[in-house]
Each structure stands twice: as C-alpha cells, then as structure tokens.
Design a protein around this ligand. Structure first.
Ligand code: CP
Ligand code: NVA
Length: 304
C-alpha cells in the first residue's frame, strides 16, 4: 500500500466497504479480533498524532499489537541498510507502516520485505489520508462519483495523492496552487491522462472552488519545510480558504482538512470551526480506514 495509484476502483471500494463494516461493528460494541496475534511495526521519521494513533489503536482493536519504532532507536539510524532491516523485520512482524521523507525508502523497504508495507506519509504521497477522506466523502455525500473536489494550496503530498485518486476514481479534481508550488509533474501528467472526470490545475482559488462539492486544503508548510515558512506565507497569501471562497462552492459543500491545521494561514478559523467543516469526523475515519487496510493486507498472513 505504497500509493493509491497501485489500486483499482474495486481495490478502493473494498477498503471503503470494509471500513464501513468495521465502523458499524465498533459502534455496536462488538469485539472483532481479525488480527489476533498479529504485529504491526510503525516506523516514524516525522511527527504524527492521527496516523500513529489510528494505526496503533486500530490494530489493538483488531486483537493485534502495534510497535512504535523511531529511527533514533533502531539500527537503521546507525547505518544498517534498509534491505537488511526489511528482511529481518519480515521474520518478526506481520506488517510495517512507515512515515518518512523519501518515497524511495518505502519502496526499497517494500522491495526487500515479505510482509505488507503501508505508506503512512512521505514527502511525495499520503495515500492512507486520501483513502480515508474519500470514505468521509462517501458518508457525507453518498458517493464520490461525479463530484467536484477543489483542493486549494500547496501542491504537496496530499495533492499528489488526490491526483492519484482522481486517476482511479470518477470524480473531478480542481487544484488551485500558486506558481512554483505545483504538484509533482509526472504524477499530474499521468493523472490528467488517466482521469475519467478530469483534473485541472488552476491559479485562482475561486475558479477551483466554483460549484465545488468539497473544498479541501492543507498546510502551507509541510513537515521538513520549516525553513521556508516566510517565503511560503508570502506565496500562499491569496490561497486561504475563507468565507468568501466557501461562498463560491455549492451551498451544501463540505470543508475538509487532513490536519494539523493552522487557523489564519491556509484556513480561516470561522471556516474550519464552522457548520460546513467535517474535520473531526474526517479525522475519526482514519481509524476505521486504517483498520480496513490492515485487515485486508494482513489477514491470512503474508509471511513467507
Ligand atoms: N493527517 C495526518 O496524517 O495527521 P498526523 O500527522 O497527525 O498523523
Ligand atoms: N502536507 C502535510 C500533511 C500532514 C498530514 C505534511 O506533510 O506535513
């Protein structure tokens, strides 16, 4: 589970359907321990609240165990190779979730691992977040088919994963990014080529938000870009999701943000805390979708 682009429509829908069932089971208070005896390793090279907790609480609810690993504490941080780490970890645990900088590290780990590997965010992609967001959109809007999703802001890991989703699923994606902050060029080109409902890269936020069913934004300064705070604040000044921008969307549009958010930067406090915002349900759904992904990948065991 390194990128949404590796999934097809059925693969995505299987995750959404399973997440719905697992959420219902949890809400009914039923114990469902499909991953009893299984262990998920979780390597974090960057901070996390939602990803860590949703995977760790999620595997616990499914009867398994999560082990938090930081690079500082394992030999990878002292120069042990990714290949050795992946081969050895595969003998101990049943799945590995990695949050790191380079997409290449996850891909290399997956090349040598014989267990499922899950991308918990890289500089390039954040697939678990977008899958979970689509699940929220299905809950709130009854489906994603034919919707217009507007993404306003930085062409970052979130944007790239949204493009990959739009390449696979039939919704229209309108991006508004300032010049110099476009999404990954090859991901965008491929997305435009493969998308059924179209992907457009615009410069004016109101053009992207016009008639949208969903307005989505993310931080201007992602993890690892802290040195660029000032220049980014200047570049993105016209890209705040505020009441005026929300007024361009459909009356029943929902406002989404992967979080953490910076009120007064990428989104006005009145919008993120307003009636159209679904951010708390959106964050909750990380739990249900992470559980679905782990169950689909780890039930039955993949250890060779
Ligand atoms: N949205 C998200 O991935 O949050 P965390 O960085 O807290 O995991
Ligand atoms: N683009 C943000 C997403 C955080 C979930 C980051 O990479 O920091």
């Amino acid at each position: 589970m390194l990128t949404i682009h590796d999934l097809d429509v059925d693969g995505c829908n299987e995750i959404f359907d399973r997440a719905k069932s697992l959420k219902e089971l949890l809400y009914r208070g039923e114990v469902h321990e499909s991953l009893r005896g299984k262990t998920l390793g979780m390597l974090f090279d960057k901070s996390s609240t939602r990803t860590r907790l949703s995977f760790e609480a999620g595997i616990h609810q499914l009867g398994g165990t999560g082990i938090f690993l930081s690079r500082r504490d394992i030999q990878l941080g002292r120069g042990e190779t990714v290949a050795d780490t992946a081969r050895i970890m595969s003998r101990y645990i049943d799945g590995m979730m990695i949050r790191t900088f380079e997409q290449g590290l996850i891909e290399e780990f997956a090349k040598y691992a014989t267990i499922p590997v899950i991308n918990g965010l890289t500089d390039l992609l954040h697939p678990c977040q977008v899958l979970s967001d689509l699940f929220t959109i299905i809950e709130k809007k009854g489906g994603y088919e034919g919707l217009k999703i507007a993404y306003i802001g930085d062409g970052n890991n979130m944007t790239n994963s949204w493009i990959n989703a739009a390449a696979r699923l039939p919704f229209h994606l309108a991006l508004a990014c300032p010049e110099g902050y476009d999404p990954d060029e090859s991901i965008l080109e491929r997305g435009i080529r493969e998308s059924k409902e179209g992907i457009e890269l615009l410069r004016i936020p109101a053009d992207a938000a016009s008639g949208a069913d969903v307005i989505y934004t993310d931080v201007w300064v992602s993890m690892g870009q802290e040195d660029e705070q000032e220049e980014r604040e200047a570049a993105f000044r016209e890209y705040q999701v505020d009441e005026k921008l929300v007024g361009c969307a459909k009356d029943d549009a929902i406002i989404m943000h992967c979080l953490p958010a910076h009120r007064g930067e990428e989104i006005a406090a009145s919008v993120i805390d307003g009636p159209k915002s679904v951010i708390i349900d959106q964050a909750e759904n990380r739990l249900h979708v992470q559980k679905a992904i782990m169950e689909i990948l780890m039930v039955g065991g993949n250890r060779r």
